[in-house]
Ligand binder design. Structure first.
Ligand code: F3S
Length: 408
């Protein structure tokens, strides 16, 4: 594998032990995937931030790396942590968990990474341009960056993303190369897809079928099956679900996503898959429960538009179940300025920053059941948080928050 003089110097330890370790990781990956060389990256998103997932071993790994004077060289953002970094007490998080979580954040900060703690970095300042090479490690954000923005990244793991941040490089393989960005499956959507939940159910079915392939959606765009203008925000639900039930890191939507608009992106041998009903997806993501303890909106993290939708719906109402809308801290501040946080709090709900329902220690909060409009959250919550889940549209979830019951 070709390395520049600077890359060789990093590998030799001339830039310190932290950079040497990082370059060793990048080079090892490059060798495994037979990369010809490395490519400079413009930004990095690091996952593996919640202490719930890292545990003491992960915390020690980060502390040791930070302790070697390691610093990032490119703009780097962090995935959600296990709690709201400021209002953790109000969420019922224990002091023991909070102490460990803050130690994780301090290690990242020591490396020069601001605690953005969001899985939608593209909504809060880390928004790559078309064609830019990046190294991101949050499967839903990877999917959005590749597909909706046309940037180029593989599905990095936490350590490999951090190594890319420290070296400013990643190995040039996988989705950094044109030939791997062609669609392996044509998905013919022949049923109505009209809400985020529908997009999630569709994503769940497609991810399960294509695994780590590259789907090309037909019939989903402006002239498609009733979706009527697939906004960028709504596509995050589709990509998140495919990345959860499968390992889809890139998809194309006819007439909508940038590479599909730019030309022919379908491989000659692509297999066709017909989706004529979403029922199987809804059935698979629902448990047979009626009582709802918690309603979770904002997986991936909610945009300002989504928060506004919830706030307007809740005006003058009062929730019975817990209601969490998870989002980036910056988005919450913008929502607060518009009076939306106040509206949601007046109804008894919470706009929770820095964390989410899957990476927070929900199992410690004594909750049994959750309703969500996110297929990704519905997919992971039973195993990651020990919750029984109901999955449906936003209004159905908000009704559940008001009544404490799943209706219909
Ligand atoms: Fe984001 Fe957590 Fe969902 S990291 S995509 S809100 S599981």
């Amino acid at each position: 594998m070709y390395l520049t003089a600077e890359e060789k110097a990093m590998l030799a330890g001339d830039f310190g032990p932290g950079a040497k370790r990082a370059m060793e990781i990048i080079v090892a990956l490059g060798k495994i995937y037979e990369a010809q060389d490395l490519v400079p990256v413009q930004s990095v998103q690091v996952a593996g931030v919640s202490y719930k997932n890292l545990g003491d071993a992960g915390l020690e790994f980060l502390r040791e790396w930070a302790g070697q004077g390691t610093r990032v060289r490119v703009p780097t953002t962090l995935n959600p942590a296990g709690m709201d970094l400021i209002h953790w007490r109000e969420l019922g998080i224990s002091a023991g968990f909070a102490r460990k979580q803050m130690a994780v954040i301090e290690a990242f900060e020591a490396m020069g990474i601001a605690p953005s703690c969001s899985c939608t970095p593209y909504l809060v300042g880390n928004r790559p341009a078309f064609g830019q090479h990046i190294a991101w490690s949050e499967s839903s954000a990877v999917s959005f960056a590749n597909s909706v923005l046309g940037a180029r990244t593989n599905r990095e793991g936490g350590p490999s993303a951090l190594a890319a941040a420290v070296t400013g490089r990643t190995a040039r393989y996988g989705l950094h190369l044109d030939e791997n960005r062609r669609a392996t499956h044509i998905i013919e959507v022949r049923c109505p897809v009209t809400s985020e939940a529908d997009l999630g159910a569709l994503g769940y079915l497609v991810g399960r079928r294509v695994k780590n392939g590259v789907p090309y959606f037909k019939g989903l765009g402006d002239k498609g099956q009733g979706i009527g203008g697939v906004g960028q925000g709504r596509l995050k639900a589709l990509g998140a679900a495919m990345a959860a039930s499968g390992a889809v890191a890139l998809y194309h939507v006819e007439g909508v996503t940038p590479e599909a608009r730019a030309g022919d992106v379908v491989a000659a041998e692509a297999e066709t898959v017909v989706i004529d009903s979403l029922d199987e997806g809804y059935v698979a993501l629902n448990s047979p429960i009626d009582e709802i303890d918690l309603v979770g909106i904002g997986c991936p993290h909610a945009s300002l538009v989504e928060i506004e939708e919830v706030a307007r719906w809740l005006e003058g109402k009062r929730v019975k179940a817990k209601l969490w809308i998870t989002t980036a801290r910056e988005t919450r501040e913008r929502a607060r300025e518009k009076g939306l946080v106040e509206l949601i709090e007046a109804a008894g709900g919470r706009v929770v920053a820095d964390t989410c329902l899957v990476v927070a220690p929900i199992e410690e909060l004594g909750l049994q059941s959750m309703a969500t409009n996110s297929a990704k959250a519905a997919f992971y919550a039973p195993t990651h948080s020990g919750l029984m889940v109901r999955f449906g549209g936003l209004e159905q979830c908000l009704e559940a928050a008001i009544t404490g019951k799943w209706l219909g």
